[in-house]
Ligand binder design. Structure first.
Ligand code: FO1
Length: 321
């Protein structure tokens, strides 16, 4: 090997547990370091919802569009160069929209909904959509059964995640997260297989309650991760006391937990052998190691795909992949 060249990584499968935008950024970097064909992404479906009669799977689409290279980079979700003519036309019947569905994005939801009406599973449809977009990685919905994330704010009834997050702009004090249907939903069998067989399992820097929470709370998923704990890494979504993006900080606080990488590490202490946090939070290294996991500090701010790739490389090397 020539000097300065990085050592090629062995060709074995990597599994990432993912929510939406934060996970997508990490995955964009990860596939700069590994062959995308080696990657399995297990995706949250707790924030799926129905708009205009169409089944929308925001996290699946965010990951699929990102891996296809067609995502809107600025906002992190939706397609690049979208138009919104259909949405404006729908306003005539439904009133002012609060959930922005682009014209080309609508084609994905139309296809998914039509296939679901024929009884085809969400996992098969997801694979078909990924294939149609030329995605080489494997994208698996966490379950083919319905789980719905509801958010209970102080003094209010619980509302579906998208109503809280998009319509309500994630305002208000979070009192409780409800994962409706989680007790009877079966994890996709491919999820348990992927966790068991992968050289590394990476919990993306996603919200621990509403992005990774639904995946981790499916029956058997935590147990499967516990069995391979030395090969599991988690990346902190909290940097210097704040989430990189989204309401993770408010949720940790509202649920009585510390808003720090230590607060997040406590949630993963039984399942992750390695916890990765930002250089700005080095002071937590020791207290996290005392939880029974290795801890490592690096640059976790994924401001560019190259920085996301550097983060992915640090994680892979620490797991000896
Ligand atoms: N996020 C917003 O903040 N506003 C929107 O109008 C919006 C529309 C939307 C449409 C399709 C889609 O796949 C995602 C969309 N998102 C929107 C993002 C989505 O709410 C979140 O990224 C996830 O649900 C949280 O991971």
């Amino acid at each position: 090997m020539e000097r300065g060249q990085s050592r090629p990584l062995p060709s074995r499968r990597i599994t990432t547990l993912a929510g939406g935008v934060g996970a997508a950024k990490f995955i964009r970097g990860l596939v700069r370091r590994i062959d995308p064909e080696r990657l399995t992404v297990v995706v949250n479906t707790g924030d799926d919802d129905t708009f205009y009669g169409l089944h929308v799977s925001p996290d699946i689409d965010t990951i699929s569009y990102t891996l296809a290279g067609v995502a809107n980079r600025a906002q992190g979700w939706g397609l690049d160069g979208e138009s919104f003519n259909a949405l404006h036309a729908l306003a005539r019947f439904y009133g002012k929209p609060w959930f922005a569905l682009g014209d080309r994005d609508l084609a994905t939801h139309l296809y998914r909904t039509e296939r679901m009406r024929h009884g085809i599973s969400l996992s098969r449809i997801t694979a078909e959509i990924a294939d149609a977009f030329g995605v080489k990685s494997r994208i698996i919905p966490m379950s083919d059964d319905r789980v719905r994330t509801f958010v209970k704010l102080r003094g209010r009834r619980a509302i579906p995640f998208q109503e809280y997050f998009v319509r309500g702009r994630a305002r208000g004090a979070v009192e409780k997260i409800e994962l409706r249907g989680i007790g009877i939903a079966r994890p996709n069998p491919a999820v348990l297989r992927a966790i068991g067989k992968s050289a590394a399992v990476i919990l993306a820097p996603s919200n621990p309650f509403v992005s990774l929470g639904p995946i981790l709370n499916l029956t058997g998923v935590r147990a499967a991760l516990r069995r391979v704990k030395p090969r599991v890494a988690a990346i902190s979504p909290i940097v210097a006391g704040k989430p990189i993006k989204g309401p993770a900080g408010k949720m940790l606080r509202g649920l009585g937990m510390e808003v720090s990488p230590l607060g997040v590490a406590r949630l993963y202490r039984d399942i992750a052998g390695l916890f990765v946090l930002d250089n700005a939070d080095r002071r937590y290294l020791e207290s996290i190691e005392r939880l029974g996991m290795r801890a490592l500090a690096t640059d976790t701010i994924m401001a560019t795909p190259e920085r996301a790739a550097a983060l992915a490389e640090v994680v892979l090397r620490a797991l000896a992949v």
